[in-house]
Design a protein around this ligand. Sequence first.
Ligand SMILES: C[S@@+](CC[C@H](N)C(=O)[O-])C[C@H]1O[C@@H](n2cnc3c(N)ncnc32)[C@H](O)[C@@H]1O
Length: 219
Amino acid sequence: MVRAVRTHTEASSGRLLEIGPGGGELLAELARELPGWRLLGVELSQRNVLIAGERLRSAGLSDRVTLVVADYVTGPGRGVFDVIVAQSVLHLITTSDLDLCRRLGNDLSPRGLLVITIPYDCWYNRCVWLSRRVLRHMPSALVDRLGEAVGRLVHPALDPELVRQRLPYLRSVPHRVDSPAFRSLLRDVSGLGLVEAVTLARRSPAQPRHRLLVFTKAP
Ligand SMILES: C[S@@+](CC[C@H](N)C(=O)[O-])C[C@H]1O[C@@H](n2cnc3c(N)ncnc32)[C@H](O)[C@@H]1O
């Protein structure tokens, strides 16, 4: 994500929005890479905002980075941004594709950049989502216990608390994926043209495969 933002952005100052920054790892990295910029994270989870806020404070970055707890699509507008990033978030947003695309189009400045990672349709991801649908029908305490044990086995270096925080994703299925229809809406409703698409390496067997997509808004 940082590489893509750097490659396609030359301005020494501007406004960047991250949708769903989670614990703030990427937001902190972007704030370091873009020293003249002001950054905003809009995050649904209050708990994540507290974690991200602490990370940014201890890195000495909180003077340029603001965090708000809100739903990105239904929450209040926050002005216009030169760059919007969303890492593994857009498929989790529950509002309609149309409302999401309208919001993205309104929030990006002319020539603005949208950098996202999002799952795509493939046999591997279909298996992941099928297994998650099955898990939804099993007792949640059992699924969480099993998920935690497997998570610790597969990611021994990961903080056990982080493994626990990710357990709800064992039951989550996407509201959208990268598809010709979604790309068409981004083009027709948001005014965005695709400039880069990269299939990413998988970070965990339990995670769906993602693509990194970069769009620019028409002038
Ligand atoms: C899979 S996590 C990814 C977190 C972070 N971007 C990362 O890559 O580590 C998805 C995040 O999006 C947030 N989220 C989901 N729907 C949202 C919405 N409608 N508005 C803002 N944030 C949202 C969740 O609370 C969660 O922190």
